[in-house]
Write a protein that binds this ligand. Structure first.
Ligand code: V47
Length: 382
């Protein structure tokens, strides 16, 4: 590189660079400094160093199918454009799938090579707990080998309340597991902060319940993921607090798992960029591309105990998710096929799919090695 284009590193990152290269944990102040820097190249290099140390050149993707079983929801989160209130005349686009329909979609996915179905939905005011058990059983019957990753912590808490007689989180998770559930997705975490909670999703159960569900899942040996919904009304300091809470929780899960390998822990963190379109917060611009890259890289650097950082291309766009592979990301989610919760562009159908060839091309072109994984991050050999 000629001197003329030589890049000056932000000197405030020097001590962070030393820590990262020495494998030392970053502090709250380090996290804030990383958000403040304009030197996204050094940030990317550091995040890429950590991801290469863990994963070499490998980038994981899976063949999956997301299924959103209903958009009826008793919550009215301001950031959400997916929910429809129950029993109101304007609920024209509202829907609910039967357990058999979900099983049918899962069977179609399995036939097309899917190893995982990712199922989440709104908090439906009428469906009984048996509906969710029937759904898992019906899928398991049709697709004995598929991995069922289903129900955010918020849904699990809802199930404890609708079950008759009422059930504990452990009882709900145990019953779902017996019916076929394998792991929990990371949704519903949003931002762990009382102010943000009160302003943007006040009816939703908060941090304590979210962690209770994931702690209990880990105790029962059910792996789970974590998310952070960023780029709406939260500050970067609140994002860093969120990541620190996840890191602390993961420390505890990993400590207990080291003593008892039957336990589980978080597998990946999925920073989700707010998609404003058609939500009550549609006047907000949503995060920029640079904010996306920074947030993914900072998640990689702050979450030193999370093996995987995922860029969910549905929300980031495939192009941004591809670039993010150089900023600490090692997981691309999957083929998805259909997604109702957010759609970045256009109206009409919610079919949103990348083929395996398209995913492989994006990863290869970024200089990494695409590896199809199963839901526990084991390579799939076809
Ligand atoms: O819980 C809702 C978020 C989540 C919007 O675990 C929004 O592997 C952006 O959790 N803009 C569901 N986000 C998605 C999710 C997820 C996705 C992919 C992989 C995994 C995983 C988990 O989406 C919700 C909520 O936090 N969300 N509305 C929106 N307008």
């Amino acid at each position: 590189m000629s001197e003329g284009v030589k890049r000056a590193m932000d000197s405030t990152l020097e001590s962070i660079r030393r820590k990262v290269l020495a494998g030392e944990r970053l502090s709250r102040a380090d996290g804030l400094a990383l958000y403040q820097t304009r030197d996204i190249f050094t940030l990317g290099e550091l995040a890429d160093h950590v991801r290469r140390t863990r994963h070499g050149r490998r980038v994981f993707f899976n063949i999956n199918r997301h299924i959103n079983y209903t958009n009826y929801c008793v919550l009215r989160c301001k950031f959400c454009s997916f929910y429809r209130p129950y029993g109101q005349p304007d609920a024209g686009q509202a829907y609910e799938l039967s357990p058999q329909q979900v099983a049918e979609l899962s069977a179609e996915a399995a036939q097309r090579g899917a190893t995982e179905i990712h199922i989440v939905g709104g908090l439906h005011p009428k469906l009984p707990f048996s509906y969710y058990i029937d759904m898992c059983r019906a899928i398991r019957q049709r697709c004995p080998d598929i991995h069922i990753k289903a129900f955010t912590a918020i849904e699990i808490v809802h199930f404890t309340r609708i079950a008759r007689p009422r059930m504990s989180v452990a009882e709900v998770l145990t019953a779902l597991r017996e019916a076929g559930l394998n792991s929990l997705p990371g949704g519903g975490a949003e931002v762990f902060d009382e102010r943000v909670h009160a302003e943007a999703f006040k009816n939703k159960v908060g941090e304590k319940h979210w962690f209770d569900v994931h702690r209990t899942a880990h105790e029962l040996g059910i792996p789970s993921n974590a998310t952070m919904l960023y780029g709406h009304i939260e500050t970067v300091a609140e994002r860093i607090e969120h990541l620190l809470k996840l890191r602390e929780h993961q420390d505890e899960s990993l400590r207990l798992k080291a003593a008892d390998p039957r336990r589980a822990a978080f597998q990946c963190c999925v920073p989700l960029p707010f998609v404003p379109e058609r939500s009550e917060l549609a006047h907000l611009p949503g995060p920029t591309g640079l904010d996306d890259l920074k947030t993914l890289a900072i998640a990689r650097l702050m979450l030193d105990n999370f093996p995987h950082i995922k860029a969910f291309w549905i929300m980031h766009s495939p192009k941004l998710a591809q670039v993010a592979l150089n900023w600490g990301v090692n997981d691309f989610d999957g083929t998805v096929v259909w997604y109702d919760i957010t759609k970045r562009e256009g109206r009409g159908t919610n079919r949103q799919e990348l083929t395996v060839d398209q995913i492989r091309r994006l990863i290869l072109e970024a200089g990494y090695e695409p590896v199809e994984r199963d839901s526990l991050y084991r390579p799939v050999l076809r």
